[in-house]
Design a protein around this ligand. Structure first.
Ligand code: ZN
Length: 471
């Protein structure tokens, strides 16, 4: 832990220096290959003295050839690189299961969203689309991915707008997907932003995008002209996914209208076509405003279809309720009830600095924190679960292979400057090391303030304020 070793600030700094070193300090690296017969016995990386999200203490993680080969206390053997976790939390990477990488970092282009509504955001994006260039979309996306990697995001599901006959964003993000393979898994959703039927060429463009290699089928039933068109779009989109053996992720009922009930049709089509476990409903904000009796019928239908639910707390809390006076609805879907029913609930980020949301910094802990506040849910159990909502749960939604901190999983993980998952959320914890394939791909110095107050300590470390009982 970050405790002072000799009661002085310099002792603390030495302790922090151990944390921040990887390959550089000779005392921290034990590389010695003595002969070819011994090469295979040397690990590429060992992380020592970590806390895991399940609460296990003093754990080591050994990595070789891009995989985790052992997890447990006191792992023996040598390693080319050793990281002393210092009793801090090591987590599998954050997973953002709902994002719009074609629009990210475009804030202010060509103007700002003055009303703050979803509909002005869609209109504004429509103004920007004709002005986009292949190079500019790639440049913004790659710049975002630098930030995401530094924040420990290891996988992103991004919707990509197909309502542009040039399919410029599709081509650009397929290029980005290839470029970022070494650090982020990118799954793309063919998203008919202007409506699968409402936009005259959306249908053919969506099929073209899938032919080009886009992974997942998207839709937006609440934006079609009628409820009937919305339901019909879900029928056809799910049939397309079934015929091509693809996953489905629908922007579903992103509205305060309690009569927007497309998730019912989504569950029905999922069950009819045998797509159970392969379909996600994103947002589901109308459920916030629905009649309780109807919801008591709806949730079992969602369970039957094994739908994944993807609330996006940062965006739902800011875009919904905009037509209300007071009281203003929060708009977030019924997270505790969906969870209690056994539905896999995963939080997405949705936006960072785009026509719909002016803030954001690729921080899934910020997303988790907003979820806790907006639901609200502040029991220790619920807050601990929220960490899963930005890690293992979205990994399940994306059907990621080799995800987790177990033997045989990919050697992808994050060392956080926090003692446990709740602390990580409380602190929006600093990402000290981001490891991908057993290699450190990003690192940050420990966050520590020096204070100049008579009679008080020389330094303040937020992680030291963990409540009793934390790791
Ligand atoms: Zn979205």
């Amino acid at each position: 832990m970050l405790r002072e070793t000799n009661g002085t600030a310099s002792g603390l700094w030495r302790a922090l220096a151990v944390l921040s070193t990887g390959t550089h300090q000779s005392g921290n690296v034990t590389a010695s290959i003595r002969g070819p017969w011994e090469v295979n016995s040397v690990h590429d990386l060992i992380v020592r003295n970590a806390v895991l999200p399940d609460g296990s203490l003093d754990m080591d993680i050994a990595c070789r050839q891009g995989l985790i080969v052992e997890v447990g206390p006191n792992i023996t053997g040598e390693a080319r690189q050793t990281i002393d976790a210092g009793g801090l939390l090591v987590s599998p990477p954050f997973v953002d299961c709902h994002f719009h990488m074609d629009a990210t970092l475009s804030l202010g282009l060509p103007r700002l969203n003055m009303s703050g509504t979803l509909l002005e955001g869609i209109a504004l994006w429509g103004e920007l689309k004709p002005l986009l260039t292949h190079e500019a979309v790639i440049e913004r996306a790659l710049r975002y991915c630098d930030l995401a990697a530094s924040q420990g995001i290891g996988a992103i599901r991004s919707h990509v707008d197909v309502c542009d006959d040039r399919l410029l964003c599709v081509e650009a993000l397929l290029d980005v997907k290839k470029k970022i393979v070494p650090y982020i898994d990118l799954q793309l959703v063919a998203f008919p932003q202007d409506g699968f039927y409402r936009s005259p060429t959306a249908r053919q463009n969506l099929l073209r995008a899938l032919d080009m290699g886009v992974d997942v089928v998207g839709g937006i039933p609440h934006f079609e002209r009628t409820m009937a068109d919305g339901a019909q779009s879900l029928k056809e989109l799910c049939e397309i996914a079934a015929a091509r053996s693809l996953l489905v992720d629908i922007h579903c009922d992103e509205t305060d209208d309690p009569l927007s009930r497309h998730v019912e049709a989504l569950a029905y089509e999922t069950k009819r076509l045998g797509l159970m476990g392969r379909v996600a409903g994103s947002h589901l904000t109308s459920m916030h405003s629905m009649d309780n009796y109807y919801v008591s019928k709806l949730i079992p239908l969602m369970v039957e279809a094994q739908l994944h639910a993807i609330p996006n707390p940062l965006i739902n809390i800011t875009l919904q309720g905009r037509h209300d006076t007071y009281p203003k609805r929060r708009g977030l879907t019924r997270v505790p009830e969906l969870r209690a029913a056994g539905i896999n609930v995963a939080f997405g980020q949705d936006c960072t600095m785009d026509p719909w949301y002016p803030l954001g910094q690729a921080d899934m802990l910020d997303v988790a924190s907003m979820g806790i506040h907006a639901v609200p849910m502040t029991s220790r159990e619920a807050m601990r679960w929220t960490f899963d909502a930005v890690t293992v749960n979205p990994a399940r939604t994306l059907h990621l292979d080799g995800y987790g901190l177990a033997k045989g999983c990919k050697a992808n993980f994050v060392l956080l400057q926090a003692k446990d998952p709740i602390e990580a959320i409380r602190l929006r914890a600093n990402r000290l090391k981001v490891v991908r394939g057993g290699r450190v791909i990003a690192e940050s110095d420990p966050r520590l303030a020096r204070i100049h107050l008579d009679g008080r300590p020389a330094t303040v470390n937020g992680a030291d304020y963990a409540p009793r009982g934390s790791a």
